[in-house]
Design a protein around this ligand. Structure first.
Ligand code: PAF
Length: 287
């Protein structure tokens, strides 16, 4: 496995690769990421994993400075998982006009309006930052002569996956997007790098987020049609348990717009804070 820090070295290493599967990450890898690498390996022998904590997708008061950076352990896991190349660029490498303080990335992607809802409502600019860095990474990984391009993203970040699919569609990118199922602890808690912020006590409590989502799914499958009531009830349950709920929302899985009673392919999404840790989860299902 090669560890590469510069775009030029990456391009050189990928020059003769006709088929590439790519897994973009921000590091601090857990079993969920390794599952994505396994899916990538099913598509191509050459698997590139990027590790880059992207400043452009963090708000001013978010956890950019404290975001866990565990490069050595990450590389060990990726080697064991069979990755071919780990791409770990610096901020200056990713943002050529970075002056040590400002990124100066004056050209950015404007995602569809749906990116201003759900997580986008409390994280303004987040999905623009995600879409912009993902497009840059796609250019670095795939624009070296590859004929078959695959990129793998986790379904836990359902809204992110939706935005990336739109990016690929609307910019006519010849890249097949593969969605990796959410990996969970036995309790139901979705694996996330941010779980590491939880205290032992909060960790025991954290599966409550998944529990309320599962309850909503059960009720929707039993033909409950008062979506607002289900969202409000789940919000009240979590708030009473000490969470601060950002949103719980029943959406069409196809458009991410608010679901109506005729939609059969649904996704229930949630974001909520336990102490200072913001967790997200979702369940996609047919009814
Ligand atoms: O999901 C993530 O880890 C990040 O948002 C991504 C896709 C690597 C872009 O920075």
């Amino acid at each position: 496995m090669q560890i590469i820090n510069t775009v030029s070295a990456l391009r050189l290493a990928l020059k003769h690769q006709a088929k590439i599967a790519f897994v973009p990450t921000m590091g601090n890898l857990h079993a969920g990421h390794i599952h994505l690498v396994t899916l990538a390996k099913q598509q191509a022998e050459c698997v590139v994993v990027s590790i880059f904590v992207n400043p452009l997708q963090f708000g001013a008061h978010e956890d950019l400075a404290n975001y866990p950076r565990t490069l050595e352990a990450d590389c060990e896991k990726l080697k064991a998982a069979g990755a071919s190349i780990v791409f770990t660029p610096t901020v200056a490498e990713m943002y050529p006009d970075f002056d040590g303080v400002n990124l100066n990335q004056s050209m950015t992607i404007t995602p569809p309006a749906i990116a201003d809802e759900l997580c986008g409502a409390s994280r303004p600019g987040h999905f623009s930052g995600v879409a912009t860095v993902v497009l840059k990474l796609f250019n670095m990984v795939f624009l070296n002569g590859a004929q078959q391009c695959f990129a793998v993203f986790g379904q836990k970040d359902f809204q992110q996956l939706f935005v990336i699919k739109q990016l690929v569609r609307q910019f006519n990118l010849p890249i097949q997007i593969i969605a990796g199922e959410t990996m969970r602890e036995e309790s139901g808690l979705a694996l996330s790098s941010r779980n590491g912020y939880l205290t032992a006590e909060q960790r025991l409590q954290a599966s409550q987020l998944n529990t309320v989502l599962r309850n909503i799914v059960t009720k929707l499958k039993a033909n409950h049609t008062n979506f607002d009531a289900l969202e409000l009830e789940a919000t009240a349950i979590l708030n009473a348990q000490g969470w601060i709920v950002d949103y719980i929302s029943i959406r069409s899985a196809l458009t991410l717009s608010r679901a109506n009673s005729s939609d059969s392919h649904l996704v229930v999404l949630a974001a909520a804070k336990l102490g200072n840790t913001r967790l997200i989860d979702n369940i996609e299902f047919l009814r």
